[in-house]
Write a protein that binds this ligand. Sequence first.
Ligand code: HEC
Ligand code: HEC
Ligand code: HEC
Ligand code: HEC
Ligand code: HEC
Ligand code: HEC
Ligand code: HEC
Length: 273
Amino acid sequence: MAMNDNRGRNSLNRLTKGVSWSAGLWVLAALSLGALAISCATSTKRTAVAPPEIPGATFVGSQTCAQCHEKITRDFSSATHARLKAEGPNAVNIGCESCHGAGSLHNESGGARHTIVNPGKTPEACFQCHLDMKSRFNLPYHHPVPEGKLSCGDCHNPHKGPAIIGGGTSLMAQNDTCRRCHTAQRGPFVFEHEAVREGCLSCHEPHGSISQKLLIERNATLCLKCHFQQQTTPGQITIGNVVHTSFLSRGTCWSAGCHEAVHGSQVNASLRF
Ligand code: HEC
Ligand code: HEC
Ligand code: HEC
Ligand code: HEC
Ligand code: HEC
Ligand code: HEC
Ligand code: HEC
């Protein structure tokens, strides 16, 4: 608990000034989170930890938010995280407050600044439950979420529908999410790389990676995942029916004048610039 509090206090003070994560409400939080942990356990192995704590504030339930945030509250029933509502006889409904912290002061003040946590400004509220993500964003190459240049909410829907945009149902929707910011990968290209149709995630890890450019593999392995070819002549490496034996020692497949236009090319079917 103590460690948790310190971490929260440091990071949230930086971002929301008046709001800090104190241990003050632990009793109440424990009561509601006991139930929360149980209801989560039915659908996942992740452990729910404490929601952001706001000194002096108590939990008031999602319905009170509807007075002023009507649309968000109405849509919320379709959200992945709506399943996290605490259930059981002693439970408080803390749907909104699991990410935003206890809402009584915010409500009473009519929405005064610094009375509520906005996870769009700090990922700490998300890390409380998604601890594994905290370590991914600590890897040497990561989307600059901890640096505040973008937020989890740029790629995830906290309030409506599947939290993962596209939700596995539509690859294009997922690619469009990426292309909104990465316009150079948008095309259209005269020579497309079909791999991109299979999704940006066939080569990139969206959160953090040990490899440059968020790649899931740092070398030819990345490409050979799909371009594997049965080798027939000993000592000779053939890829795409072209002998590559001497090429492979010169660098990665996408360097040194080779397939540098890996996302698609305007001039060359072999993905060159
Ligand atoms: C009495 C009206 C009222 C109620 C009830 C209310 N809010 Fe707000 N809320 C506001 C207003 C007004 C703002 C805009 C403040 C601003 O723009 O700076 C706001 C802003 C916010 C923000 C953004 C804060 C920021 O720093 O960017 C969040 C998050 C939020 N509310 C969540 C909630 C949640 C969760 C509840 C229910 C527990 C809730 N609100 C209940 C009026 C209310
Ligand atoms: C899974 C965590 C999570 C839950 C649960 C959640 N929110 Fe949010 N909320 C966020 C994030 C993330 C943002 C910032 C969105 C962004 O930056 O685009 C946000 C932003 C807000 C804002 C600021 C206005 C805006 O759209 O940026 C309000 C108001 C708000 N939430 C209200 C609510 C209410 C009301 C509920 C419950 C019905 C709720 N939230 C449930 C994560 C959550
Ligand atoms: C109170 C704990 C809690 C908080 C806070 C929380 N999450 Fe979650 N989140 C969960 C749980 C539990 C699941 C698994 C739900 C399931 O699989 O049904 C989940 C699932 C997800 C998923 C995967 C959804 C899917 O369809 O597989 C994403 C993405 C996600 N959360 C993002 C976020 C983001 C972004 C925030 C902060 C704005 C956040 N979460 C805050 C507990 C939390
Ligand atoms: C650049 C876009 C992007 C950002 C920023 C981002 N995510 Fe994700 N996240 C994704 C994508 C895309 C997936 C789907 C991964 C898949 O289908 O394999 C995902 C999946 C997830 C999942 C569920 C699957 C898993 O890998 O465990 C969770 C939980 C999650 N993200 C949490 C977060 C949190 C918390 C943050 C902020 C700290 C965040 N994400 C920021 C793009 C992003
Ligand atoms: C809200 C904007 C935004 C979205 C959406 C977004 N990114 Fe990014 N991305 C960034 C920023 C900002 C950087 C850091 C750029 C820098 O540091 O120069 C970055 C960096 C990257 C890098 C590393 C670039 C480099 O030169 O090292 C890759 C690869 C990448 N993103 C892929 C993706 C993928 C794949 C998705 C979709 C899952 C995605 N991005 C969604 C903003 C975004
Ligand atoms: C076939 C694998 C593959 C796919 C699919 C892929 N990328 Fe990449 N991406 C790479 C490689 C390899 C690099 C490194 C290029 C370099 O270092 O010159 C890269 C680099 C990047 C960069 C850094 C800028 C640059 O060009 O060096 C961004 C941003 C990026 N990719 C975004 C995306 C987006 C967005 C998608 C989906 C629309 C996507 N990528 C799909 C392999 C891929
Ligand atoms: C997700 C699977 C996948 C990955 C990963 C992948 N490719 Fe492809 N690539 C394809 C498909 C499918 C085609 C079109 C069919 C074909 O030509 O084999 C293609 C076509 C190509 C072509 C055009 C061949 C021609 O002359 O018409 C080149 C060059 C190429 N890929 C290079 C790469 C490189 C370099 C990488 C690694 C950065 C890579 N590919 C990773 C699936 C993939």
